[in-house]
Design a protein around this ligand. Sequence first.
Ligand code: NAD
Length: 363
Amino acid sequence: MKKNILVIPGDGIGPEVTTWGKAVLEQIATSFDHEFSFDEALMGHAAIEATGNPLPDETLEKAKKSDAILFGAVGHAKYDNDPSLKVRPEQGLLKIRKELGLYANLRPIMLFDELLNASSIKASILKGTDILFFRELTGDVYFGDKVRSEDRNTASDLMIYHKYEIERIAHKAYEAAMQRGRKLCSVDKANVLESSRLWRETVQEIGKQYPEVETTHMFIDNAAMQLIKDPKQFDVVLTANLFGDILTDEASQIAGSMGMLASASVGDGTGFFEPIHGSAHDITGKDLANPLASILSVALMLEISFGLKEEAQLIISSIDRVLKEGFRTNDIADDSTSPYHVLGTEEMGKLVLKYITQKTYTN
Ligand code: NAD
């Protein structure tokens, strides 16, 4: 198979982890006789520094021409500490999602048994959890009007949804539920928010087209609690942009660390694959970043964009083997399960590559 892949490393630990995502793609191409060609582009703080624009036109053009995009993260402490800066790294990410029509963000909560003790939640509660989040990506407060009063003392962000935006992601989530446990929980705040009432009405309508799927509705505050109390109750979770952003960071603790969660953003055009974590300034340049989320993002790319299931499974098996043999990065190391070997970003990346090369499947 021939594919053109655009790599956008971004900022902070983005380049450190994306190096290993790309290396895995190269190894998969060699091992399975595919032809993957790569191009690279700037986004975020790195792009602002180089061009003044968080999403240069050149990046967008390359993105539109590619078959899939592997992204790292954007962000820099400078902007976090000065909210008044007008040109910001995350504008690049929001714009590329909008321009590529990436309206559905899929975040599988994949739980490796070896990491049950890396979570702050009890292993007995976590074991068996398998959730697929569908976070809407092109609406909500992220894109609604943002207003600041003249005296600067009042601010508002418009939480806005159009029916078609809810319909199209609801269809995607129901289709996924049909292939999984046939349960879909839609999360909103319909007791308070008008946009959530539209959300709930629309999901109820679309749900009628999927009678085999059991639909439930949950308020966001309850969902945040239920996710910790009993995560096994969820199969597919469908939610809006802001609620999904928060719930999936919470859910990362089920998987043990932000460094373990991958995501796929899909819609009308090129798919966009990225770890859910940010640029993590606190660990940048220290060889501490866990590259597994980036590598798992590659597995999602192979399966979702290219339909290469065996290749994706080999990546997951290789990570499983690494963990089974007791290797950890710092973020998933857990004193109660020693002995294990704590590896840096580079050593972890190399080990996964080695196991991919050996083509051993653990399940
Ligand atoms: P973050 O995800 O960068 O980090 C949160 C915590 O998780 C930190 O303690 C970090 O060290 C740890 N962590 C994250 N990824 C890790 C990995 N791969 N391995 C080990 N530990 C990891 O979130 P934050 O600290 O809130 O934000 C930092 C910057 O990232 C900000 O500028 C923010 O705007 C940006 N951000 C970008 C994205 C994105 O590009 N998709 C997402 C979230 C935050």
